[in-house]
Design a protein. Structure first.
Length: 457
């Protein structure tokens, strides 16, 4: 069972379209089709060969053991836990149904994973973990004598390596918002550079006004509706429905924001907002589906534009590399055991299972890079400050629609492409004007103060 090394290189290419198109071998034929029957026959023929069967069993053991190890080898902070949540969902769909069952979020999140030719696994890239004070970060980028926004360090961060940044502040100490829309607290961020693109995941606490909170609670009681062709997704092992809050004290609802930036062309190319409802995410995205109605797509884009503070905060997070470089003298390395490390030390069974995993996944402890500021900024001094994040235009002049891997499409000039197709601008936005390129973000007071203001209205 020999495999072309150039195919493995293409699977993990810096170019996203190449990664997706080369993953077409993981797409299974529609269930019940003639092609699906042929796939089963070929798989059975391979399985009937004793030598091939042993190799397949070994590969399956390694894939499962590596996945299990990665699920337990994170630092245990919100950023790495959110990444593993996506990994768990994607691997379940990949193993049970193939690549064609991936949700829209995968169009952004796939950048955080490496792929194997034979293991058919999605494994997290190497991670570096930071612990910072978001308050100090905001003070650094908004103080009157702050240096101009510098994205050069974002463009030069090591490629194909995940950076996890977690906040050590009280969750409800400060909120960020624009002149309209909801306010958010930043709990964590993860980002990875692949070529000229940066994929980002934000873990946010959303401050919902009472009426919006009631609407979200109501949405969690609605029956789960699966996309056409996805009726056989297994929904049995899911948590109970209900809005998920980051903690009982703050009552900030857990919201994840995903986005993809093109640094070279200064574009925000894709957005996805996921509100955690326990057994599901309530999703808004401008990543279109092949069968999506244009009016529905336009409505989702409009609703994404109604939470500008999220996307402006994501742009602000691109300044984290500059902040970390500026605080290099305040950095301390702190060792933290992983859950896997505890299991390996205390369980013979866990050690035997981990022997089958890739060596790089057997991480027993992490070194956390902590920025320890001697004197934290006074919160009162930050409240009321405003800033304009780096400029990135939300792409509106046509866009790429992701197709099933291997499916043929065309580019803006009509040339053949694979795995994606170009859609003219009027399809997405109709006659809607593009939102302003840059918005002002305000550092607002604590959650307690925000609630007090609401009660006075």
């Amino acid at each position: 069972m020999k495999h072309d090394p150039t195919h493995l290189e293409a699977l993990n290419s810096d170019d996203r379209a190449t990664r997706l198109s080369r993953s077409s071998y993981l797409v299974r034929a529609p269930k019940g089709s003639v092609e699906a029957s042929l796939e089963r026959d070929v798989a059975q023929q391979l399985w009937d060969d004793p030598k091939i069967r042993e190799k397949l069993k070994s590969m399956q053991r390694q894939t499962r053991a590596t996945f299990d190890a990665q699920q337990a080898n994170g630092a245990g902070y919100p950023a790495d836990e959110a990444l593993r949540e996506f990994q768990c969902e994607y691997m379940s769909r990949l193993v049970k149904h193939g690549m064609g069952y991936m949700p829209q979020s995968f169009d952004i999140m796939e950048a955080f994973f490496s792929r194997g030719v034979v293991s058919a696994g999605l494994f997290l890239l190497n991670e570096t973990d930071y612990l910072i004070s978001v308050t100090d970060f905001l003070d650094y980028v908004t103080q009157p004598d702050a240096p101009p926004p510098d994205l050069s360090l974002a463009s030069s961060i090591p490629a194909n390596a995940i950076v996890n940044v977690n906040s050590g502040d009280a969750l409800d100490s400060l909120l960020l918002g624009t002149d309209h829309g909801h306010d958010f607290a930043v709990q964590a961020a993860s980002y990875v550079r692949r070529g000229d693109e940066i994929a980002m995941l934000l873990v946010l606490g959303e401050h919902l006004p009472p009426e919006d909170a009631r609407l979200l609670e109501k949405a969690t009681t609605q029956p789960l509706v699966l996309r056409p062709g996805r009726a056989d997704l297994d929904l049995s092992d899911r948590p109970s429905a209900g809005v998920v809050y980051l903690d009982e004290k703050s009552h900030l609802s857990r919201t994840l924001a995903l986005c993809r930036f093109n640094l070279k062309e200064r574009r925000l190319e894709a957005r996805c907002l996921l509100r955690d409802a326990g057994d599901r995410y309530i999703v808004l995205t401008d990543i279109p589906r092949a069968s999506q109605d244009d009016a529905v797509a336009a409505e989702e884009v409009s609703r994404l534009d109604e939470v500008p503070s999220v996307w402006e905060t994501a742009k602000l997070m691109l300044l984290l590399p500059a902040y970390l470089a500026a605080r290099i003298e305040l950095v301390e390395k702190e060792r933290r055991s992983t859950r896997l490390g505890l299991e390996l030390r205390n369980s013979l069974k866990a050690r035997k299972e981990a022997e089958h995993a890739l060596a790089a996944s057997r991480i027993m402890f992490k070194y956390i890079t902590a920025v320890r500021v001697p004197r934290a900024p006074q919160l009162d001094a930050l409240v009321g400050r405003a800033f304009v994040p780096p400029a990135f235009q939300v792409e509106v002049h046509g866009y790429w629609r992701t197709l099933e891997p291997g499916q043929k499409g065309h580019d803006a000039k009509g040339n053949d492409t694979e795995g994606r197709t170009w859609v003219k601008p009027h399809v997405r936005y109709k006659d809607k004007e593009a939102p302003p390129e840059r918005k002002i973000v305000f550092i607002k007071s604590s959650l307690a103060e925000a609630r007090r203001r609401q009660e006075e209205r």
